[in-house]
Design a protein around this ligand. Sequence first.
Ligand code: GDP
Ligand code: MG
Length: 448
Amino acid sequence: SLSDRLTATFKNLRGKGRLTEADVDATVREIRRALLDADVAVPVVREFTARIRERALGAEVSAALNPSQQIVKIVNEELQEILGGETRRIRLAKTGPTIIMLAGLQGAGKTTLAGKLAKWLKAQGHSPVLVAADLQRPNAVTQLQIVGERAGVPVFAPHPGTTSDLDVPTGDPVAVARSGVDEARQKLHDVVIVDTAGRLGVDAEMMDQARRIRQAIIPNEVLFVIDSMIGQDAVNTAVAFDEGVNFTGVVLSKLDGDARGGAALSVASVTGKPVMFASTGEGLDDFELFHPDRMASRILDMGDVLTLIEQAEKNWDKDEAARMAKKFADQEDFTLDDFLAQMQQIRNMGSMKKMLMMMPGAQNIRQQLEQFDEREIDRVEAIVRSMTPHERLAPKIINGSRRARIARGSGVHVSEVNGLLERFAQAQKMMKKLAQGGGMPGMPGMPG
Ligand code: GDP
Ligand code: MG
């Protein structure tokens, strides 16, 4: 992976006090290879490495106490710069509704994003509506309606039986977009999100339609949604959409998969448009603001994953792990005692949280991780210790009065006992799955 390659490269530099031009060239070569392997587009790689080389040979590096660290810093800065520098937030309209148009290929994740964005904006006190201007696929309107219902926001569509039936011909997406925005204005919604149609590949007719929608509604933001798994195709697609609809920001979807991160760099670099959001799963909450600095350091910091894993392995109690493995093999039940033991293991690992945050694919559990609090383990311990041995083995018997007793005994609120039992039930399910899949005993104690 990109990070592994960079790690290896930087490791070679680590011991050096002074870098020769040959050192710099070797490093730049490695970076180039790593980026190409990560599916970053060729012209982007060329430009990026040229800049790194120039800066690495410059005064800031030769004057640095630790030149290799300085190069890491430069790579980090340049990555961040390409990704848009600072987090770019939605520009809200000064008067009237803020109009957000979504564009992108079919399957990129536009409709899903419409729901995520609406839910997110609603939670911030906005009153968004969705407009179904994808009339290409038979189910597109229904899909948006379902998404809208889940997000708890109205959907304007040219179909009967919706929150608001737009009085326009059902076949004309431009008219639908326009009357959707008008309707939102009349009903005093402050954000309108217009979902549009895509095709499997870039084609002139679709682009023309998107362009005409854009001209009709004059959006404050045009978000180009792109599947992060798209690889080298990212550049062509992004350029076509940029020329077609002149988008204002990029949304990377499916960052939860094992995308190699190349698309992010390519699209941002080639179009010069900032990445604004990351979509990290199929659920409406799998969505976050994109932070260029975090992404850049994540790409780089991955290197430290190996070190952290080594450290974790050192602290991981081998006997305990073996005991757990045997339990799985014997298909024994995962009990509250095991749950507690695992949480203690996690605490022993110390930097576990940091390590997990840097793992590829950590995005989808990042929220949980960020909330992870080691003091929580103390509370869990207190609660479990207040249970009888029988309760620990058979938590099903823990009824209301037992819960109250356990809460009193451990000095917590009953809701915390309930929360723990819920998490335990989830962990138990997960352990069952792991056992079936033969996986290593993981870290199921994460509060969610
Ligand atoms: P559209 O054609 O651009 O509107 O794309 P959709 O929103 O219909 O999404 C296409 C498929 O990708 C659906 O099955 C979604 O559930 C899925 N999807 C969308 N965003 C994500 C994401 O961030 N992660 C994952 N894993 N799947 C996603
Ligand atoms: Mg769609």
